[in-house]
Design a protein around this ligand. Structure first.
Ligand SMILES: *Cc1c(COP(=O)(O)O)cnc(C)c1O
Length: 466
């Protein structure tokens, strides 16, 4: 049996904690071998959360989200100034990447604008407006197909004084919005490919470049929007589309003089696996502004304002999910690896693991991180589905080994803050996890774990079990 690598002295480094390039700079191991998270001089011990709230629990760290939002806005504005770029920068928080109230409010507090993808998300924006949660200068881009209800809300919020920009997706919307009094955007399906997961040969979003050029004049057009893919791991994947979009912007501007903004969508990669370093955000931002400046100067057009709709880049690293490891089991015909069974599920709680994305994650435990005895493992989830597992594509995950000194283990999965909360489902009637928030040194329960009564109700089993 091949020997496995053993941690030497630096537990923190061994578990890939405290590394900015992996977004783990706030995580550390304390003297007991517990996982801790540091917010300035406050410190949270994940085992305290486990003891108080049990598992499965999601833990949200608003300061991580806030720092990321603030840093990115500052970075763009700094390079805009240094490079003497004439356009402005707007960051729009992508509601669909995490609609939890605490996430949305944290991002807005740091100066984020908003992007919504459905009427129901826009309804939440209306709620926030009624509750005075933001200042009225906020800008809202509206993506996704527009139902009458959606357009009704867009019109209502515009009349209330918000800058609500519907992004036109198809010919019906173009017609329907002809009399819209505010600015509109239009989505283009750029004719190029980048090397990323969702970059499909046939794309059903937006208009082809040629179609847009043919339409020519679009009333109140201010924004050209594209969204190429997600988890885009190469700088070229941002620069190529930007160049192409600026060429189109220059053409469209001839008949649409108010067009002044390019919205480059989402797709910024998150280093989920923490194996290799990705490019730095700083370098990417520098390259993007240089490109925007050079290309628009070349074509003799005004530097466009830039709108960013990165979603997971902000939300993913702001949350972890904790499970209990319930049991271990031999893997038949694979003697060097064991199954570790968790009290939650890769299908119900980390749904992207099971979706076509085949999401990879970084795992550590909340306790015993200073043990020298490790075990190669695969994970099994708690639903009865044979796909409810994580086998690291046939490789393995290293975790502490169960021994007399290590009788209990809690699993921590990193970067669970984007999309998983809405993708979650009730397979085998597993409960929705509890949600806990760590902020300013305080740990508070934001949402209780779903009870048997609550989950039963969703399926018609009312209180008296009629
Ligand atoms: C999903 C989506 C985003 C965010 O994508 P990420 O990969 O999470 O950055 C941004 N804009 C649009 C239009 C989207 O559909």
């Amino acid at each position: 049996m091949k020997k496995i690598k053993r941690p030497q002295k630096n537990w923190k480094k061994f578990w890939k904690l405290g590394m900015e390039e992996f977004n783990t700079q706030y995580f550390d191991v304390n003297q007991n071998g517990d996982l801790v998270v540091k917010e300035g001089y406050y410190q949270y011990n994940i085992m305290d959360i486990v003891k108080k709230y049990g598992t499965v629990t999601r833990v949200f760290f608003p300061f991580i989200l806030e720092n990321r939002v603030r840093d990115l806005i500052e970075l763009f504005n700094a390079y805009i100034k240094i490079l003497n770029y004439r356009g402005k920068f707007y960051y729009h928080y992508v509601m669909k990447s995490n609609q939890n109230r605490d996430f949305v409010l944290a991002a807005i507090a740091e100066g984020a604008h908003i992007e919504v993808s459905s009427a129901n998300e826009l309804f939440l924006v209306k709620r926030m407006l009624e509750q005075d949660k933001f200042n009225r200068k906020i800008r809202i881009t509206c993506n996704g197909p527009k139902t009458e209800q959606y357009i009704g809300l867009i019109e209502e919020l515009r009349e209330k004084g918000l800058i609500v920009i519907p992004i036109i997706e198809n010919g019906e919307e173009l017609n329907r919005l002809k009399k819209f009094k505010g600015e509109v955007g239009i989505r283009v399906n750029l004719d190029l490919k980048v090397d990323a997961h969702w970059d499909k040969k046939y794309n059903h979003f937006g208009f082809a470049e040629e179609e847009l050029i043919k339409i020519s004049k679009i009333r109140n057009l201010s924004m050209l929007h594209y969204h190429i893919s997600t988890q885009n791991e190469k700088i070229e994947g941002f620069i190529k589309p930007l160049k192409r979009a600026i060429a189109l912007y220059a053409i469209l501007k001839q008949h649409n003089p108010n067009l002044d903004t390019i919205n480059f969508g989402g797709g910024m990669a998150v280093p989920y696996e923490k194996r290799k370093k990705l490019f730095s955000t700083k370098n990417l931002v520098l390259q993007m502004i240089k490109t925007a400046k050079r290309e628009s100067n070349k074509l003799g057009v005004r530097h466009p304002n830039l709108v960013c709709e990165w979603g997971s880049y902000f939300t993913a690293p702001s949350q972890i999910t904790i499970f209990k490891i319930l049991a271990e089991k031999n893997i038949f015909k694979k003697p060097d690896t064991k199954w570790y069974f968790i009290d939650g599920s890769f299908i119900a709680h980390l749904t992207d693991t099971w979706s076509p994305v085949h999401h990879k994650w970084h795992f550590v435990t909340a306790n015993h991180l200073n043990t020298r005895r490790l075990q190669k493992v695969w994970f099994a989830g708690s639903t009865c589905d044979s796909d409810d597992r994580y086998t690291a594509s046939g490789a393995y995950v290293l975790l502490p080994k169960f021994t007399e000194d290590v009788p209990d283990l809690y699993l921590v999965v990193f970067d669970t803050g984007s999309y998983q909360d809405t993708f979650q489902n009730s397979h085998c009637l597993l409960s929705k996890p509890a949600m806990v928030i760590c902020q300013n040194g305080e740990v508070k329960l934001s949402r209780k774990r779903q009870t048997p009564e609550e989950i039963g109700k969703l399926f018609g089993w009312n209180g008296d079990h009629k």
